[in-house]
Design a protein around this ligand. Structure first.
Ligand SMILES: C[S@@+](CC[C@H](N)C(=O)[O-])C[C@H]1O[C@@H](n2cnc3c(N)ncnc32)[C@H](O)[C@@H]1O
Length: 189
């Protein structure tokens, strides 16, 4: 069974309940211009895609969970895609912005993931990563909770994430919120 198939019904309620909804901050960091092709990797129920869609050309919500995607309010600006982040069907140099919000720590082969994102992003394309600070006390508790739900996870510190992407992306923004962080990288060519 795909991991998130167990939680999709209550997922959005849980996010609001635990104050994990960071859409405003993501939008501020992205600085969208209105014409971007955006790919929300692990975009789940499409909450963020729906919120950003009025500020860009189109948002693709790619997720491996069919039932998470069943919650997406699809329309001509928000398109769900069932697929694997490590092996997308996007053409090389075809996407302006890739977002991974609360997703990186769910994926084991993070090096391959970053290579795939680098491949599909256009020159100067943006990669936004929001994730949780591995060693923060609050996140240590979250890790136990997520382990019970999902099994092994691959949390990183913000420094480790910067190290993971820095050969392929210039770090344009780093927002340190102690228990979570947002990084905006820009594709090096
Ligand atoms: C914690 S949820 C985050 C959902 C959304 N980004 C948000 O911020 O609410 C993680 C999502 O990543 C998806 N996911 C995990 N591994 C994936 C993979 N290899 N390819 C595509 N989606 C994946 C899960 O199915 C799930 O919907």
């Amino acid at each position: 069974m795909i991991k998130f198939d167990r939680v999709f019904k209550h997922y959005d309620k849980f996010i609001y309940l635990f104050n994990l909804n960071k859409m405003d901050e993501i939008k501020d960091v992205l600085e969208l211009q209105g014409d971007e092709v955006v790919l929300d990797i692990g975009g789940g129920t499409g909450r963020l895609a729906d919120y950003l869609s009025k500020d860009c050309q189109i948002v693709y919500v790619l997720d491996e969970s069919k039932v998470m995607l069943s919650k997406v309010k699809a329309n001509k600006k928000v398109l769900p895609i069932l697929g694997d982040a490590l092996n997308t069907n996007f053409d090389s140099n075809s996407v302006d912005v890739v977002i991974m919000s609360d997703v990186l720590h769910h994926i084991k082969d993070q090096k391959k993931l970053i290579e795939e994102i680098y491949r599909i992003l256009k020159k100067d394309g943006k990669l936004l990563i929001l994730d949780f600070e591995k060693k923060h006390i609050k996140i240590m508790i979250l890790r136990v909770f997520e382990y019970i739900l999902f099994g092994k996870l691959y949390f990183r510190t913000s420094k480790e994430v910067i190290n993971l992407i820095k050969n392929k992306f210039t770090i344009a923004k780093f927002i340190d919120k102690k228990y979570y962080f947002i990084i905006r990288g820009e594709k090096n060519v």
